[in-house]
Ligand binder design. Structure first.
Ligand code: BEZ
Length: 181
């Protein structure tokens, strides 16, 4: 089934709250798909795991570096989603000095499953995770998907190219008719 809109999901995030005393001034905050996607044209990229090498060395930092170029192409926000909980996603964002890319914790994998992108990574001891993909999403409607080749459970390789920021920018700049705003 090819989805036309992103699934309606509630995400459990952790946000800083200065009114909380002590060493851990964070509280839970629920955010919905509408909070992230309504009324905006965004790039979402989804990866197999926070702190993993390709994601930490290339994909996340490159989206961060190229953020302004995406803005010039009419993209309002860039989100990175992973089947990791809010504590892990926040720690990863902090370790990467992420400021422009928003991190979305899909800890239970509900969004990823409903996108049809949940795969087994038991071969790495990861359990259920996201296949690597990206999408251009306009007001919740999926304009175009960039899915890495070889979608499969327990894949022995980690294809990376289609969902790179460079590839998506190229498509946006080329005015690829399927991604024209
Ligand atoms: C990587 O990003 O390099 C990676 C992702 C998943 C499993 C192993 C490595």
């Amino acid at each position: 089934m090819i989805l036309k809109t992103v699934p309606d999901v509630t995400f459990k995030t952790r946000v800083r709250d200065e009114s909380i005393e002590g060493p851990n001034p964070f509280r839970w905050e629920e955010k919905t798909s509408a909070d992230y996607f309504a009324g905006k044209r965004v790039v979402l990229f989804s990866l197999p795991g926070a702190f993993t090498p390709t994601c930490s060395t290339y994909q996340l930092p490159d989206f961060e570096k190229l953020f302004d170029e995406f803005k010039e192409q009419g993209i309002d926000a860039i989100y990175c989603i992973s089947v990791n909980d809010a504590f892990v996603m926040n720690a990863w964002g902090k370790s990467q000095n992420v400021d422009k890319v928003g991190l979305i914790p899909d800890g239970s994998g509900e969004f990823t499953r409903k996108m049809g992108m949940l795969v087994r990574k038991d071969n790495l001891g990861f359990g259920l995770r996201s296949w690597r993909y990206a999408a251009i999403i306009n007001d919740g409607a999926i304009e175009k998907m960039f899915v890495e080749e070889g979608f499969s459970d327990n894949c022995e390789t980690d294809p990376y190219g289609a969902s790179s920021p460079q590839n998506i920018l190229e498509a946006l700049k080329a005015g690829d008719e399927s991604v024209a705003a």
